[in-house]
Ligand binder design. Structure first.
Ligand SMILES: Nc1ncnc2c1ncn2[C@@H]1O[C@H](COP(=O)(O)OP(=O)(O)OP(=O)(O)O)[C@@H](O)[C@H]1O
Ligand SMILES: [Mg+2]
Length: 256
């Protein structure tokens, strides 16, 4: 692992206004993620984890503060510029999967490669098929999302995020809909990407950086660092990775 920051966040705030007034979702988050590392974002439901992940990945824009992703300041960047930065460098697994309903599993996974260009459709489909086999869906490649179970959709979403070998993989509850055995297989695949790297010349040296939102204590403990969010603020971690007994004994561990 080298120590170049892949993500640098300073004073990040997200506020939204609705009929009931202004709501502060994130309030002054500071965070540094180094190249090739793995970070787990943990916290109670509604604490702001998904909102934070979307801001880090450039899917959403901040109300205040700064986010630097792969050396680029996202704040003030237009959506098309953020999309260009994400394309090929960032993989994102949404909590709600967000597969394209009118595309088969295979077409969903091949799509990012085709959007990226520089590859034949045949090769894109071959790579997509190989990844679907890795996540245990080799027999479901022709299925449309609505014919797949929640856990199967989650695995298609993971394969879609991996297929371009992104420099940074963001995943929101990547094992949330999976049984223990399938969850372990998916976690192993993510950490394999983290170790082996992209080799895709997309700005990453070494392995892919992982930024994961999770309620899974085992997954959080496999990460190099844990970031705990409570009501939109970063707080000291309740989960001590180097002291497994704390995971069992800390009363706060149930929130993770
Ligand atoms: N666009 C929005 N407008 C209004 N409120 C929002 C918006 N986006 C998020 N929120 C609110 O911000 C809070 C944080 O939402 P977020 O989805 O980030 O939580 P989370 O930590 O990911 O929760 P979970 O673990 O349940 O997925 C929630 O109370 C949510 O209702
Ligand atoms: Mg969430």
């Amino acid at each position: 692992m080298n120590s170049d920051p892949v993500i640098e966040v300073r004073g990040l705030c997200k506020r939204v206004t609705d009929a009931t007034g202004e709501l502060t979702i994130l309030d002054g988050i500071d965070l540094t993620v180094h190249a090739g590392s793995s970070v787990a974002i943990v916290g109670a439901s509604g604490s702001g984890k998904s909102t934070l992940l979307g801001l880090l990945a450039g899917l959403d824009s901040a109300s205040a503060g700064s986010v630097r992703l792969l050396g680029h300041e996202l704040t003030g960047m237009a959506e098309d510029q953020r999309a260009a930065l994400r394309n090929g460098s960032v993989g994102f697994v949404f909590q709600s999967f967000q597969l394209m309903p009118h595309l088969s599993a295979l077409e969903n996974v091949a799509l990012p490669l085709e959007l990226q260009g520089g590859i034949t459709t045949r090769e894109a489909f071959a790579r997509a098929r190989a990844l679907l086999e890795r996540v245990g869906l080799g027999q479901r490649t022709g299925h449309y999302p609505k014919l797949l179970s929640g856990g199967e959709q989650q695995r298609v979403a993971l394969a879609r995020a991996f297929v371009t070998h992104p420099a940074v993989l963001f995943a929101d509850e990547p094992t949330g809909s999976l049984d223990a055995a399938t969850g372990h297989a998916v976690i192993d695949l993510m950490f394999e990407l983290n170790r082996s790297g992209s080799g895709a010349g997309n700005g990453a040296s070494g392995g892919a950086t992982l930024v994961l939102v999770t309620h899974d204590v085992d997954l959080a403990r496999r990460c190099d660092a844990v970031v705990t969010i409570e009501a939109g603020r970063r707080v000291p971690n309740a989960l001590h990775l180097d002291r497994p007994e704390d995971v069992r004994e800390a009363p706060e561990a149930g929130r993770v």
